[in-house]
Structure formats: C-alpha cells, structure tokens
Design a protein around this ligand. Sequence first.
Ligand SMILES: Cc1ncc(COP(=O)(O)O)c(C=O)c1O
Length: 381
Amino acid sequence: MEGWKEFLEERGRLHLLRRLSPSEDRRPGVAVRGGREYVDFSSNDYLGLSCHPALAAAAREALERYGTGTGASRLMSGDLEIHHELEEEVAAFKGTDAALVFNSGYQANTGIVPALFGRHDAVFADQLSHASQLDGALLSRAKLLRFRHNDPEHLSALLEKHRGAFRRALVMTESVFSMDGDRAPLVPLLDACRRHRCLFMVDEAHATGVFGPEGRGCVEAEGLAGEVELVMGTFSKALGGFGAYLAASRTIVDFLVNSARSFIYSTALPAPVIAADLAALRLCQAGETRGAELLRRSASFRGALRANGWTVGGDSQIVPVVVGGSARAVALSGQLADRGYLALPVRPPTVPEGAARLRFSLTAAHGDSQVRGVVEALGAP
Ligand SMILES: Cc1ncc(COP(=O)(O)O)c(C=O)c1O
C-alpha cells in the first residue's frame, strides 16, 4: 500500500530503534550470543528455576502423558485436571477461596479488568502500572485515572473528587514495580479502597516467589492475604515457567470463566507448562527457594553501586541505575557487554522521558564474584 513502508520506517527511526537479539543458548544467569557467553543481568528468572531438574522432570512426565498441546480452550475440551490442581494450589498459596490460570500475565490483566468493569465504571491506576494493566483498563472502556506513583494521598484525593460519578471502581497497582524495583504501599492503598468502595487489584508478577514467607508475595508479607479482592501474578518470572494466575473469591473466578475474553478465546496452556508451574510452586512451599537471601544480596549490590556514585532505585531484586538519556543508557550497556555483562537499557516509552536506565535484575544464579565484577565494570558515573 502506497506510503506505508515509509511511514513505518520513519516511526521506527523515531520511536523504537530496538532490535531483537536472539541468544543461541541460555540458562539461569547466562546468555550466549554471537558465540560469546554473557552474565545475564536482564532476566526475570529470579530464583534460577527455569532449568531446575524438578521442573524439567515434571514437564517431561506431563509431555509423555498429555503431549505438547491441549488442542482447545478450557471451556471446550482443553481443560485438564492438572489445570485445576494448579489452581487449587495457587489458592492455598495465596490464601484465597479460588484461583484461575491465565495463559500469560498480559492475558490475565487484559482479560480480568474488562470482564469486571465497563463504561460506567472508573479505574484508578498507579502512574507506573504495567502496560498490561493499562491495556486492560483501556479495553474495559472504564474511565482511567492515574494516581502519582506510590502516593496513596493522591489516590485518596482523586477518589474524593471522582469516585461519586461512577457506578463501580477499581484501584490497581503492582506490588513490586517492574522497571523501578520499588514496592507499593499496599496497606494505605487498601485503606483508600475501603473508604471509597473500590475493589483492589495487585499485580504480584515480580513479587511471587521472592517476597513473603515461601515466596507467597507482598500481599501476604504485609498481612493482607485474603483481603485484596484481585491478586494477580505470573509463573513466568521467579517461578521459572509460564502463564499467570488470579487469586480471588470463588464468585469472581466463576464469573471470569464465563466472561474474561482472554481466558475464553485462547487455547489452554499445555500440560508440560502447567506441570512445571506446579513443581515450582511446590519448591516454594517446601522452603527450597531462596527469596530472602536474594533480597539481602540485592540490597548489598544496590549499596555498592550507590557508593560508587550511581543513582540507584528500588527495594527488591530489581535494581535500576537511572542514567538520564537513552543514548547514555545504550552506551553504558554496550560498555558492560564488552566486559561480558548483559544489562540491557530500558528507554522511553517503557520508562518516562529522561529516566532511561540500566535495569539489573539479580538472581539466585549469580555468584558473588559476578556481582562484584559488574559493579567494578560499571565503574563510576
Ligand atoms: C508487572 C507485570 N505484569 C504483567 C506482566 C506480563 O506477564 P507475562 O510476561 O506473563 O505476560 C509483566 C511482565 O512483563 C509484568 O512486569
């Protein structure tokens, strides 16, 4: 079509400038690219479970039994007992009546919000909420209002002003922010929800497996298990697998089975994926994962970077070094790559203009010498 190629090339030059760079091999903490092995500080495989023998064995066994695909969505013939087994264990893990598995975190957030909220409702979202939460709100056609990042007082002021104009309302946040690594003040946010009759939705994608006893997440760590109406999380990060969950009441889960379009109109996750997710959850429950230790090591990594003069954010295993412009972030990332460390730059529009960063995620697979090595390789600003 006339003009489209030029239009897309121009847009690409202005906004994206990003290229896919496949690894020929990977394992926790390691990526092999162009024949070179890098220490990978850009993966969310926080507990190093993606290659754990228990997950691999469970996946292999499910593969033998059920094959590679499920052949249909869950409301058709793709529903397997193992999906229900996982959902029961998630509900017990998160302290709710029920849980529902979604095919990914993106599909969970874009399915849940539009199923529960519509044109006459409002969604109040943290300014730094993940794109999937925002897309869910946009799809719902509810009025979207953004409160200042981690600012319950601003949320309260917005609720004071706008809540009355809407039938129902949702407040949503991440518990550990994916790009900033900081944590949401869940107690005061929940308090604002209660005062203004809002449901509360917390995305625990980056907290699941790492925070709270046995990695149950920040909602549990802050004593709120069973109190937050919608607790969503993923199996794809610390749990080393794939897919996502919503932990909620039985009423909400039953409703979503019949109304969340991303759940209804997508083929069920394959059994080997579900079996690996279950195995990871069981490792957490058996106390065999090391979230607390990872957080201690992340704090000392953050301290070492700050001592060298860097602007470092966060309060989790995600350690952003904010460097300003995109070009500087790209240059620093290149410098680290030359020394064998993969810490990829995160640039606008993923983060605000002027806040480009190197996003380090520390994992249980990184050795102390690798952590010291990357601090030394980054040097001082
Ligand atoms: C906070 C948050 N929510 C949801 C998602 C989406 O999860 P998934 O990768 O399973 O689609 C991500 C991951 O990118 C995330 O960081």
